[in-house]
Every structure is written in C-alpha cells, then in structure tokens.
Design a protein around this ligand. Structure first.
Ligand code: HEC
Length: 168
C-alpha cells in the first residue's frame, strides 16, 4: 500500500516540476521577443533640445514620409563643383543602371528592369530636389537605397548632377 502512495507522490511532484519548467521556458521565450520596443526606422522622433548630431543632423525620412521629404529645399547650390562631385558619384553608383547620360540604358538594363529616362522633362518637372534626395537615400520599388553609401550632402550633389543632365 505505502509503495503505491510513494509512487503516486513521486508522479505528482514530477508533473508539477514539468509544468513549472514549461512555464519558465515559455516566459523566457516570450520575454525575449514581446518587449515594448521601437524597431530601427519605425518612427522619426524630434530630437530633444540640446542634442548634438553626430553628422549632418538631418532627420531621417522613411519611404512613407517621402511627401514631407519632398518639401525640403535643396541646401546645396548647384555650383560647377557640386555638379562635378555629383557626377563622379553618379558614375560610381548610378551609371550601371541609368547609363552615362541618365537615359536609362546602362549595361545592367538588358538583364534588369529598365529604369526611367532621368532627362525626361515631365519627370524632372514633377519631382522636387527634396523628393529625389530622399529617394536616393531609401530607394524605390526596385531601385536600391543609397543611404549608407552616400551622405545626405553627397545626395544633394547627385541631385544637382541629375538636374544638369536634363539641360544637356
Ligand atoms: C540597380 C539599378 C539601379 C541603380 C544602381 C540606380 N537606380 Fe535609379 N532607378 C532604378 C529603377 C529600376 C528605377 C524606377 C523606379 C523603381 O522601380 O524603383 C529608378 C528610378 C530612379 C529615379 C526616378 C525616381 C522618380 O520616380 O522620381 C531617379 C531620380 C534615380 N533612379 C536616380 C538614381 C541615382 C542618382 C542613382 C545612383 C545613386 C541610381 N538611381 C541608381 C534603378 C537603379
């Protein structure tokens, strides 16, 4: 008789330990993922007063806020030096798809989606410098993002260069 009581007690203790262990594992997993947090780029915060930017100090505009980004004025005057700087960067990063003259006939295009003709007058008129500067940073539907390769200022130079393409 005592033998059975002992076995039963052992069984109950084992079951309780198993349930508690399961709860521990579940909470551990859960706590690791279900915490209140903001993912990178999820929200754009206004900086607290007195913050010192590491570089540039420009707000980051995600794709969803392109309209707001489009309203910004181009702070970099389109001097010959700026256009030259932009042109050098364009040759490195953009010519493979957009072609040397921006016509959308780069060497990659036969095997890729052909990009639009950047010298097109309607496109040039329809987009602000701010729109394109932001576009280069976050990319398009297919076009890659260059926010990591090009600083905000470099992107303004490239926009100045793309503007100069239309005038040729
Ligand atoms: C891998 C190919 C590729 C590269 C590299 C590339 N683009 Fe594009 N670009 C595209 C495609 C494709 C589109 C059409 C829109 C889309 O699908 O994203 C486009 C669209 C554009 C537009 C028009 C956006 C609009 O609708 O107003 C501009 C301006 C532009 N690219 C500039 C650049 C510049 C400047 C660079 C270099 C920093 C660059 N692109 C690099 C493929 C590329």
């Amino acid at each position: 008789m005592m033998k059975y009581v002992f076995a039963l007690t052992l069984l109950v203790v084992g079951a309780v330990a198993a349930v508690q262990g399961g709860v521990l594992v579940m909470r551990w997993n859960d706590n690791m993922t279900q915490t209140p947090r903001v993912m990178p780029g999820e929200r754009a915060f206004a900086m607290p007063v007195g913050s010192v930017p590491r570089a540039g100090g420009e707000l980051y505009y995600p794709k969803e806020e392109r309209e707001a980004a489009a309203l910004r004025k181009n702070p970099v005057p389109a001097t010959p030096e700026s256009v030259k700087t932009g042109g050098a960067l364009f040759t490195i990063y953009c010519v493979p798809c957009h072609g040397a003259a921006g016509k959308g006939d780069g060497p990659v295009t036969p095997k890729f989606v052909p990009p639009p003709d950047l010298t097109n007058a309607d496109l040039q008129k329809g987009r602000t410098d701010g729109y394109w500067q932001s576009y280069l940073g976050v990319g398009g539907a297919i076009m890659p993002a260059y926010g990591e390769a090009l600083s905000p200022e470099e992107r303004w130079h490239v926009v100045n260069y793309v503007r100069s393409l239309a005038q040729r």
